[in-house]
Design a protein around this ligand. Structure first.
Ligand code: NAI
Ligand code: MG
Length: 338
């Protein structure tokens, strides 16, 4: 297993080092190469993602990212020049975000029920495709467009992946989240493709929810969801909500996947570089550890992935939630449990 690791900025290197500690317990032979990308490299050299580095990243089986960003870097530079660029260059069309309320974790909801869902968010199209522009900038008549791009090919591959995941899960339930009553054209394409693909999965039950209603249900009755499939923008928003109701940012892991496996997929905690707590050993590395579990699962090491998730579940069930411990202590505990 050849892994490229981008520790990044702030707490990125702190949580990544614990995640690699846990990985070392299940895959001691993994070959790891570190890449220095992010705010500190940009400050030092002006570089975001040199072609040569992109070429090297492509030679790996998967990428593990900590987090990039710093208050000294103007907003948008790293997002567009590094994170979005990686996503588009490596065709990460599925953004995968499981959200599970682990026993022992107290989320913000008084009575959340048994929450265990996974959001499959389209990653390369929708309003994030960069199809738009400004006309007559800085005049009274300025026009701004941001066109949502939805291709049959792009929607089908994401919907197919969501159905495959639903098929593997005990409840075998899939919810399409969109806004078909207002976004008629894109909504029609998504609905027709979900209907089409559902014919290949007679075991999977299918539901539909408008995105605004989905935000209500995520708060009032989150356990109704199993697999949710949705476009890039709606997915960005509901995945943060799903993470919040299942215990928050220290636990949320994600994968940016090229399902065809032509390019390495990239795994990362959902949180950012948390400059407010960086360098203090306070960051919870659990989300980074769970990202390693997703990585192993994607590469076919199902048993190793399951062991890591079970270790996290055990640790969360037995942790003192009022003082979960320092970054290294949590990493040591998880490594020992695995
Ligand atoms: P953030 O996720 O870094 O922090 C939000 C809050 O959550 C902070 O109070 C932080 O201390 C806390 N937090 C985050 N991760 C934690 C952890 N593992 N354990 C305990 N507490 C944790 O989001 P923020 O503050 O909006 O962004 C900070 C920087 O990170 C910015 O430069 C932003 O652009 C970047 N960022 C990078 C991402 C990435 O690399 N994919 C994603 C999100 C933000
Ligand atoms: Mg987001």
């Amino acid at each position: 297993m050849r892994l490229a690791v981008i520790p990044g900025d702030g707490i990125g290197p702190e949580v990544v080092s614990e995640a690699l500690k846990v990985l070392g317990e299940v895959a001691p032979a993994a070959e790891i190469t570190n890449y220095d990308l992010g705010a500190s490299r940009w400050h030092a050299t002006g570089e975001l993602l040199p072609e040569s580095v992109l070429g090297e990243l492509r030679q790996h089986d998967a990428i593990l990212l900590g987090a990039v960003g710093d208050p000294t870097v103007p907003s948008g530079i790293l997002e567009r020049g590094l994170l979005l660029r990686l996503r588009f260059e490596l065709d990460h069309h599925v953004n995968l975000r499981p959200a599970r309320l682990y026993p022992g974790v107290r989320g913000p909801l008084a009575d959340a029920g048994d929450v265990d869902m996974v959001v499959v968010r389209e990653g390369t199209e929708g309003p994030y495709a960069g199809n738009g522009g400004l006309l007559r900038k800085d005049t009274e008549h300025e026009i701004a467009t941001e066109v949502s791009v939805n291709t049959a090919f792009g929607v089908r591959r994401v919907v197919a992946d969501a159905f495959n995941r639903a098929e593997e899960r005990p409840r075998k339930h899939l919810t399409l989240v969109h806004k078909t009553n207002v976004l008629e054209h894109a909504g029609s394409l998504w609905s027709r493709i979900v209907e089409e693909v559902s014919l290949e999965h007679p075991d999977v039950t299918v539901a539909y929810s408008h995105v605004d209603a989905a935000t209500i249900h995520l708060v009032t009755d989150p356990s109704r969801f199993d697999v949710m499939v949705t476009d890039n923008l709606f997915g960005d928003i509901i995945t943060d909500l799903a993470a919040a109701v299942t215990g928050g940012i220290g636990l949320a892991a994600s994968g940016n996947l090229d399902i065809t496996r032509r390019n390495p997929s990239m795994f990362e905690p959902v949180h950012g570089s948390a400059p407010d707590i960086a360098g203090q050993g306070l960051a919870d590395p659990t989300a980074a550890v769970l990202s390693v579990s997703l990585l192993l699962d994607h590469l076919g090491h199902k048993e190793a992935a399951r062991r890591i998730e079970a270790s996290v579940a055990f640790d969360l069930a037995t942790r003192d939630q009022s003082s979960p411990g320092a970054t290294q202590a949590i990493g040591d505990r998880l490594a020992a449990l695995v």
